[in-house]
Design a protein around this ligand. Structure first.
Ligand SMILES: [Cu+2]
Length: 181
């Protein structure tokens, strides 16, 4: 019994030594963990983290009664413009508070406007069809390539009814901006 216990203790000591040997040398902690940079608030729809180059955008369909509800954040017919720096990560929260379905999709800013946009110009930059009143979805994408786009509604006829605002990916923009409010 004693021998077995002694053998076990030796085995454990050997194992501990081996485990310790497997650990990499502790790196010198020259940099203290920086506190998270505070997000910069542009307005009630747009904020960003400059260090992480991450943008958070809130889009609400039919936020106001403007254009008969065919608007995003109260913007219609391209009268609002969101500009983001090239390559930044964009997270968009899209909500529909209207009595009819809507959606959101980023398409090229080009005429003629499609009757029912269904081809996103940026990978991942589209939502599902959002149910009336409670519909919600998100878009997550990298802002590339640089260019002029529209955030449009994919429901047939809605873009033609003015339900689009502008979205610009700008290689020379230092920070995101939101104009037209
Ligand atoms: Cu719509």
């Amino acid at each position: 019994m004693f021998l077995r216990t002694a053998a076990s203790v030796i085995a454990i000591v050997v194992l501990l030594g081996a485990a310790r040997a497997l650990q990499p040398p502790t790196a010198p902690r020259t940099l203290a963990t920086a506190p998270a940079a505070p997000a910069v608030t542009v307005n009630k729809f747009l904020s960003y983290d400059p260090a992480a180059k991450k943008i958070t955008l809130k889009i609400t369909s039919a936020l106001t009664s403007k254009q008969g509800g065919f608007n995003f954040n109260g913007g219609s017919n391209g009268d609002q413009t969101i500009t983001v720096p090239l390559g930044w990560q964009v997270h968009v929260d899209v909500n529909n508070i209207d009595a009819i379905p809507h959606s959101a999709i980023i398409i090229p800013d080009a005429k003629p406007l499609p009757a029912a946009p269904d081809q996103a110009a940026i990978g991942g930059a589209y939502t599902i069809q959002l149910a009336p009143s409670t519909g919600h979805d998100t878009m997550d994408f990298a802002a590339t390539p640089a260019g002029k786009y529209l955030i449009a509604c994919g429901i047939p006829g809605h873009t033609a009814s003015g339900m689009y605002i502008r979205f610009v990916v700008d290689g020379s923009a230092a920070v995101p901006t939101y104009t037209g409010l």
